[in-house]
Design a protein around this ligand. Structure first.
Ligand code: ZN
Length: 430
């Protein structure tokens, strides 16, 4: 049996985009006895039944019906996001300049731009294809390095180590081909079409992203670190998946939210700031012959753990943290709080999560930013306010969030899975 962090490494390597992450989650849920429901059809649910619903092939809500109705025992929910910052390829973006063929990109989310330069990049995503049966969606993952965005040599920019602002339009086209005297456009779309086994004219549109072709792996003398792309937030998606796979039959209804587009603000059809979760939870109640009032009562009896990675104390930048709230790698999950409610955590929900960790004998940490350092946000406040469900924001500690390669602690991963599993049992009383 691989260790949990080894499974995470494999999951990340197989999930270069949100589409692939959702596909892998979907496959693993299906193998664990979950069946797929469509929002278009009516639902017949049974106590203990395991189900999932997808949107846009990039977001999933999975749930295990309780032995009691949701308005009697509520929902226990774990939430995360499937997307990560990346370089998104513009459709029809090929560019022939000098002797080179490149493609233009846009920044997806708040990436640390400089980390994408001088790395071998591969490409993955979704391609819409015209067929006789109508439009079809095809997942692609080229797997081999096909592009590079080189830095300019230090001799041509002596000031580079004093900081350099990359212009995403002019400095980030990724170079695919060097063909002196023979550079022609078309190579990029030909590659995409051949990956899908169709001709270029059948490719209608694309959702494609570059990713770092270097695989995720462990590092450190004692393998203390997972060094990987997209730890934010595939590490939490994987933890929730592991908890849901083994979710016991319980009185409450257990659920996992895997939303897309957190990195761009969640305000999409498949994001946390959509009606997706509200509709699914309400339909779980309605399918069990509950009323609208019973749905609202169910929400009031529920609890949500919003799981997204947290900033660990960086020993080389220790002054970025309030030393009283500076979480360490491999020292347990982190509760995130913010005085201006950028996180959903309250004193009450924090205390509930602390007692959960205590019950399963996992150490817990807290992060509150320095009062003079701004704070990120996540799906917690959006889901909590929209669903009227008390929520705690947590996550495992990590370094270099939004770099093309991020670092987290190996032992933290198994510990947070333990906590999430305990949360889904009746043994934990809220
Ligand atoms: Zn995140």
């Amino acid at each position: 049996m691989p260790l949990e962090y080894e499974e995470l490494v494999a999951f990340i390597n197989n999930s270069p985009t949100a589409f692939h992450a959702a596909t892998n989650i979907r496959q693993q849920l299906a193998q664990s006895g979950f069946s797929e429901l469509s929002e278009k059809n009516s639902w017949t649910l049974v106590p203990g039944g395991r189900y999932f619903v997808t949107r846009n092939s990039s977001a999933i809500i999975a749930f295990v019906c309780g032995q009691q109705s949701p308005w009697e025992s509520g929902f226990r929910i774990l939430g995360a996001h499937t997307d990560s910052p990346a370089l998104r390829v513009k459709p029809q973006a090929e560019l022939v300049r000098e002797a080179y063929v490149s493609v233009r990109v846009e920044l997806y989310g708040g990436t640390i731009v400089s980390t994408w330069l001088d790395r071998e990049l591969s490409l993955a995503g979704r391609v819409l294809i015209r067929t006789k049966q109508g439009l079809q969606s095809s997942l692609v993952n080229i797997k081999r390095p096909i592009a590079i965005i080189p830095n300019v040599a230090i001799h041509m920019n002596r000031e580079v180590n004093k900081g350099f602002e990359y212009n995403p339009h002019s400095h980030l086209p990724a170079i695919l081909v060097a063909a002196p005297g023979n550079a022609k456009s078309g190579a990029f779309m030909e590659l995409i079409a051949s990956e899908c086994g169709v001709s270029v004219s059948d490719v209608v549109d694309t959702d494609l992203f570059f990713y770092d072709a270097t695989p995720a792996r462990t590092a450190g003398i004692n393998s203390d670190f997972i060094v990987a792309p997209r730890l934010d937030n595939l590490a939490m998606c994987h933890s929730i998946l592991k908890a849901l796979e083994n979710a016991p039959n319980s009185n409450h209804t257990s659920a996992g939210f895997f939303f897309d587009n957190e990195e761009t603000g969640s305000h999409t059809f498949q994001g946390a700031d959509s009606s997706f979760a509200r509709h699914v939870l309400e339909r779980i109640v309605l399918a069990q012959k509950g009323s609208r009032e019973e749905f609202l009562r169910a929400a009031a009896r529920s609890f949500l753990i919003s799981a997204d990675m947290a900033h660990a104390l960086h020993p080389n930048f220790a002054d970025k943290h309030d030393d009283k709230y500076a979480p360490l790698l491999n020292a347990g999950p982190v509760i995130k709080q913010n005085g201006n409610n950028r996180y959903a955590t309250t004193a009450e929900t924090s205390a509930i999560f602390e007692s959960l960790c205590q019950q399963c004998e996992v150490k817990v940490q807290k992060v509150i930013n320095r009062a003079d350092v701004g704070c990120g946000s996540t799906i917690g406040p959006i889901s909590s306010s929209d669903l009227s469900i008390p929520t705690v924001d947590v996550g495992n500690p990590m370094w270099a969030m939004h770099s093309v390669r991020e670092t987290a602690g190996t032992s933290d991963h198994g510990n947070i899975i333990k906590v999430f599993r305990c949360f889904l049992t009746d043994a934990f009383k809220i």
